[in-house]
Ligand binder design. Structure first.
Ligand code: NAD
Length: 349
């Protein structure tokens, strides 16, 4: 098939929206984009795509979503930054229903390939206690001691993909994303991640004239951050490779959160007075991606410099901020609405 039907689950989200954009840009016209959110809350919504609002925790909706599909990209999950996942463990774990039902229905529909978006949160917490990290290798997920809630769900879903492949022959591919950032993502409201939160805080300080910033933790925790373009390229490479085991998909450019703030300040041309909220959720002390395996298998790894990606992200968030698209901060979500309010058109039955 030259233009197979491709399902993007979670297409209203940050990475899903960019994936739809990329596929369209590369000439694919047969795309089904599904998300639980009403269309006006999707980060990106495109013409010429079969856009559908549906709850993929529901098996019937998964059956309809997978009908006639050749490739599934499962990017749907109830998730957010540390503030969200530390306070909403049950909600995060309920995403297991999405992956379970999608796998069952993808298998039944005879889907050719199934991509699952896993996370660096699957890694054993004992390997991430020190800010001076040894980068995480894929084997470091076991013995299992992942991030509570969200990480357990991701690790379990990885195993499900593996066993659907081994037992039923469904061709699954898995990537463990390490902190993805970029334009058209969540930058406020409680689900945003560190790069977007830092950009927003610096922009707010700049625009309000109050040259202060609050940092979660002591700022010495270390992370790597992958720009969205690298993520999208990596998804395509992994999806169409013969690599069956989960692969790290992340940048290996390690920074402290203080250094991330330095970068945002430098882009903005300000220096802010810093305060540290030591009791805020901050996750593990240190985490970086060991990219030996992806290099070995694909001869490629994410390479966009943090400074370059942050400049683009900052510019986009500043545009949103100046356009007045600011909502009150509210961490958490109601289980009954998934935090997204009403749903609009469902699948035609
Ligand atoms: P996102 O929150 O922007 O996108 C996820 C989308 O899934 C949302 O639009 C949400 O509405 C949708 N969704 C949630 N429940 C649903 C349901 N029941 N049915 C249909 N849609 C549903 O997150 P993202 O950053 O785009 O992440 C995409 C995937 O990558 C997720 O699986 C996430 O866990 C994983 N991941 C992301 C990062 C990151 O840094 N962004 C890191 C590691 C892993």
């Amino acid at each position: 098939m030259n233009d197979p039907l491709i399902l993007i689950a979670g297409a209203g989200g940050f990475i899903g929206g960019h994936l739809v954009a990329d596929l369209r840009g590369r000439g694919f016209t047969n795309i089904r984009a599904v998300d639980i959110k009403p269309f006006d809350e999707w980060h990106q919504l495109f013409d010429g795509v079969e856009n559908l609002s549906a709850d993929l925790k529901d098996r019937d909706e998964c059956r309809l979503a997978c009908r006639d599909v050749s490739e599934v990209y499962n990017l749907a999950a109830d998730m957010g930054g540390m503030g969200f996942i530390e306070n909403n463990k049950a909600l995060c774990m309920l995403s297991v229903l999405i992956n379970t039902n999608l796998l069952i229905e993808a298998q039944a529909a005879g889907v050719n390939r199934f991509f699952y978006a896993s996370s660096a949160c699957v890694y054993n917490a004992d390997k991430q206690r020190d800010a001076n990290v040894v980068p995480l290798k894929e084997e470091d997920a076991y013995p299992a001691m992942p991030e509570d809630g969200y990480g357990w769900e991701k690790l379990f879903s990885e195993r499900m993909c593996r066993h659907f492949r081994e037992d039923f022959g469904l061709s699954t591919r898995l990537a463990r994303f390490h902190n993805v950032y970029g334009p058209h993502g969540t930058w406020q409201g409680g689900r945003e991640k560190a790069p977007a939160a830092v950009c927003r805080k610096v922009i707010h300080a700049l625009e309000s004239g109050r040259h202060q910033i609050e940092i979660w933790g002591d700022g010495n925790q270390t992370r790597s951050f992958m720009y969205i373009d690298d993520c999208i390229q990596g998804i395509d490479r992994i999806m169409h490779s013969n690599i069956l085991e989960p692969l790290n998909l992340g940048s290996s450019e390690l920074v402290t959160i203080n250094q991330l703030v330095d970068i945002a300040e430098d882009i903005a041309g300000v220096a802010l007075e810093r305060s540290y909220k030591l009791d805020a959720p901050k996750g593990v002390n240190g985490r970086n991606s060991d990219n030996s395996l992806i290099q070995q298998h694909l001869g490629w790894e994410p390479s966009i410099r943090l400074r370059d990606g942050m400049a683009k992200t900052f510019a986009w968030i500043q545009e949103q901020y100046l356009a007045g698209r600011v909502v009150p901060i509210a961490v958490g979500a109601s289980p009954s609405t998934n935090g997204h309010g009403h749903r609009t058109p469902r699948f035609p039955r």
